[in-house]
Design a protein around this ligand. Structure first.
Ligand code: ACO
Length: 325
């Protein structure tokens, strides 16, 4: 049976660094608090106002195509997971197709916030498993700096910008995506959202003045739900596939807070050296955290390693994907 495997990875982070000491000058916070509560030391920010999410996604895909020697016109389909699209009406994926020159691809966006990459990766893999598509690119890309209130210390310390891309192709060698367990619980939506800009709260002078276009988060509620949600779905995907945590070489968790990451690893009984963490350099890049981890640590992964990718985000949306590298 043919399955769908990741055959290439690309990434992009902006050059501009926003450090904890920079944030100390902007809000009432201090680096020691940020590092001890979140694990974050710095984040990358897209400072050039002429650039947007599509540019980061474009550079991540170009990096991927360069490293795999695949040409843009060979790509059948592009799925971009983002909750910071360039525009509300038209997919960021359309813009990226044009900028990269993927003339034979159809393209669309997926929005599941921090779980977006996992959902899009499973959707993209299904297209390949079905046999109709041979080369699918899935991207996680977010310009969080566009929706952050840099006067709100509860949120501005957490988020950064970036993009990661994977190429998915068919294989018969037994590697690739094995299974995903996903959950979506809309009742959690009030705890983490950008209230304005959509059809419910359209942009007006009042909505801008009331800060409705920035991220609002009840950090404590999200923190607990994230630990429980990721732990439960990791256990569920193992159980459904008759595997135990001892079969897993790597856990690649969404990077929102290192305390969440370590709590999930501990609950699963996974030693810390099998849990990948790069939050100290990038902060939370929403849909980009997991592909950026794959990009950063790709040299550590060996053929046939078993991995779980897990995420939790706004919606609430969460889940775990099991794969063989
Ligand atoms: N600097 C200094 N003090 C601060 C800061 C700051 N930047 N931010 C908050 N504080 C204060 C609070 O005001 C509070 O003070 P009080 O006790 O006087 O009220 C105190 O620090 C503790 O605040 P908590 O919110 O309880 O701190 P907590 O340990 O929960 O950490 C954090 C906050 C980092 C936001 C954490 O709750 C968290 O990581 N939550 C989850 C984030 C997440 O996973 N998001 C999901 C993905 S995001 C997506 O989908 C887009």
């Amino acid at each position: 049976k043919s399955s769908a495997v990741i055959t290439g990875i690309g990434g992009y982070v902006p050059d501009s660094i926003l450090s904890n000491s920079d944030l100390e000058k902007m809000v009432d916070t201090n680096s020691e608090w940020i590092v001890s509560r979140t694990g974050i030391k710095e984040r990358r920010i897209l400072t050039d106002k002429t650039l947007a999410t599509s540019d980061m996604a474009t550079w991540a895909i170009k990096n991927l195509l360069d490293s795999t020697k695949v040409s843009a016109d060979e790509i059948d389909c592009v799925i971009i997971a983002t909750s910071t699209p360039d525009h509300l009406l038209l997919s960021t994926a359309s813009i990226v197709c044009d900028k990269v020159g993927m003339t034979n691809a159809w393209a669309t966006d997926v929005n599941a916030a921090c779980s977006g990459f996992l959902y899009a990766y499973t959707l993209g893999s299904s297209l390949v498993e079905g046999g109709r598509y041979k080369k699918v690119i899935v991207v996680g890309a977010d310009q969080n700096s566009a929706i952050i209130n840099y006067k709100d210390r509860n949120t501005c310390i957490l988020f950064g910008d970036g993009a990661g891309a994977v190429l998915i192709e068919p294989t018969t060698d037994g590697t690739g995506l094995i299974d995903s367990v996903f959950k979506t619980e809309g009742k959690g939506r009030e705890h983490l959202l950008v209230p304005g800009g959509g059809s419910k709260v359209p942009a007006t002078a009042e909505s801008v003045a009331a800060n409705k276009h920035f991220i609002h988060q009840d950090g404590r509620v999200v923190f607990k739900a994230a630990i429980n949600g990721m732990t439960d779905t990791c256990k569920a995907v193992l159980e459904r596939n008759h595997m135990t945590i001892n079969d897993i070489n790597w856990l690649i968790p969404h990077q929102a807070n290192y305390r969440i990451i370590h709590a999930v690893g501990d609950h699963l009984g996974l030693p810390a050296d099998r849990v990948k963490v790069n939050i100290e350099r990038y902060g939370n890049t929403t849909a980009a955290t997991i592909p950026l981890c794959l990009w950063d640590f790709k040299n550590d992964f060996k053929h046939n390693d078993n991995m779980i990718l897990t995420a939790f985000g706004a919606g609430f949306s969460w889940g775990a994907t099991l794969l063989k590298w």
